[in-house]
Design a protein around this ligand. Sequence first.
Ligand code: BES
Ligand code: ZN
Length: 637
Amino acid sequence: MKFNISLLFLLAFAVSSCVQNDTNTEKDQDKSEAITVDSHSYSNHHEISTKHLHLELDVNFENQTIYGVARHEMNSHNAENAIFDIKELKIVKVTIGKGNEVATDYVIGKHDELLGSSLSVKIQPDTKYINIYYQTTENSEALDWLSPEQTSGKAHPFLYTQGQAILTRTWIPLQDTPMNRITYSADVTVPKGLMAVMSASNPTEKNLSGKYSFTMEQKIPSYLIALAVGNLTYTKLGSICGVYSEPELAGDCAYEFSDLPKMITTAEKIYGKYQWGKYDIVMLPYSFPFGGMENPRLTFANPTLLAGDKSLVSVVAHELAHSWSGNLVTNATWNDFWLNEGFTVYFENRIMEKIEGKENANILALIEYQDLLAALNDIENSDHPEDTELKLQLEHRNPDDGMTDIAYVKGAFFLRTIEKAVGRKKLDQFLNRYFKEHAFQSITTEVFVADLKNNLLTPNKIDFDVEEWIYQPGLPDNHVRIESKKLDDMTKLAERINSGEDVFVGKLKKLTRADFITQEWQTFVRGLNDKVTPETMKKLDDQFEFSANSNPGIKSDWYKLAVRNGYDAAKPEMEKYLIKIGRRWYIEGIYEALMNSKNPADQAFAKATFEKAKSGYHAVTRNTIAGIVASTSSATK
Ligand code: BES
Ligand code: ZN
């Protein structure tokens, strides 16, 4: 037996050494990958990897189960086992072969809370097709099954998936590492009357049989495989773009996202042709844990974006920007997450600058800067102060821990600071080349750093401390400063209130919420401190209706302040908000403020509200909030 395998190995070696060019490039890539370890995957993808995945999925709302077959077509290899990632999946059987399938042995490794288990499948060195028959379970964290009452139309159920960072393994058995890129196709059956859409080629009309087929012809990492099923209708917004939503939201979506065609042409002008064919958005229910998720060809979006005044569309610019930074060039491991998000926040702002002008773009960047300062402070005082470094060390930790404003905003400031040093023109030339050169690849921070030095800094004789930015904690002193008179004015107004002045008299008495844009109000609310009494909070609320009627971004900041300042009258609206909205970044700070409050009634309120809300949250948000309400507040420690 041993003899046979080594003979086969020798044969394969002989064959591979005389193959033509493109396989050589694949081999070269393998070599550099071999030194990069993804500590968040059990898969042996360096040895044997999926090339194409075909899914057969039967989506059953009654049992809240997906009955699936994952048909993996493997690259050539010499392996005796293929190791996949699974978490909370029921494996029914595993076969090898196509057409003529033969059952094969498999071993499921020990369950790990974070990573799930390995699924090791016995194969032959010539095995090309591995078919895994499986079912999802009630603990499949990627899946959010919604009852009709939780949707806008209230008549049909809804399902969506969230794969990033390591949740795809909870609904598909696969090699769940961003280092391995695959093409995929799918045949999906859903109840009649519902439409299925994926991060792939999509239908634009409902199909009476409930059967839909999909293909994604470009190679993508596993975290970008996504599915949504619901009572969806398609509204075209431009030649290559449109929005899927429940019919009740179609008009609002069309209004809010009317700038989408312009955003796409703008983005293409900056960093080159859009590579994914179509760019659509699907509007999910409020429980969706993020503002947006960049699933290729089909961004998943949260209805909180429907502010009615386009004030939150920068999230769409962000997800669109990921079509370059993230989806074309992907972080090889979750320690390199900033390569996805920092570049995207930088690019997002460039798009917004073209769409809304420099002044507004600066306002958006300054709001992020405020978030960054708060994040730096939090992280420096946490158990992991090293998390303020751009390159992360997340081994044995949830990659979700890396989803902080460090990756996003420190990352973007790094690029802005480089832009200032070399000039926009040269940085754009570099990035255009970078996106072309590494298109459809997953790369590490180190590959980027070498590229930056070799192709931008050294040729232009720019002295720039890249290491400090990427491998040192905190925000380097040379970071660019962004200014906005409009936001400064709001901070000044807040400071006058902080000092006890009754400013809302005379001309100011006539001000309404409509007089300033969302980000101005956010700056105002963030500028108010704990000296503001509940009485003044009430006056502000009466005049500007922050608690009841403001945009969800303002509400999120206002409720935190309400808790800090003991303004209890905000509680009924706060409770409604926390029950309705599952967007994690909007609600986690409120729960934290409640748990950190000196008033024990606030902690009881947080716990009671979470009990009411949790069945409506996606697992991503539910797990985070469960951790917050379980913690002892710092005030009572
Ligand atoms: N890809 C992220 C969301 C994400 C990150 C999901 C990590 C899971 C793990 C998405 O592009 C994102 O950044 N969304 C932000 C948008 C904002 C920064 C404009 C959000 O949801 O708030
Ligand atoms: Zn992002």
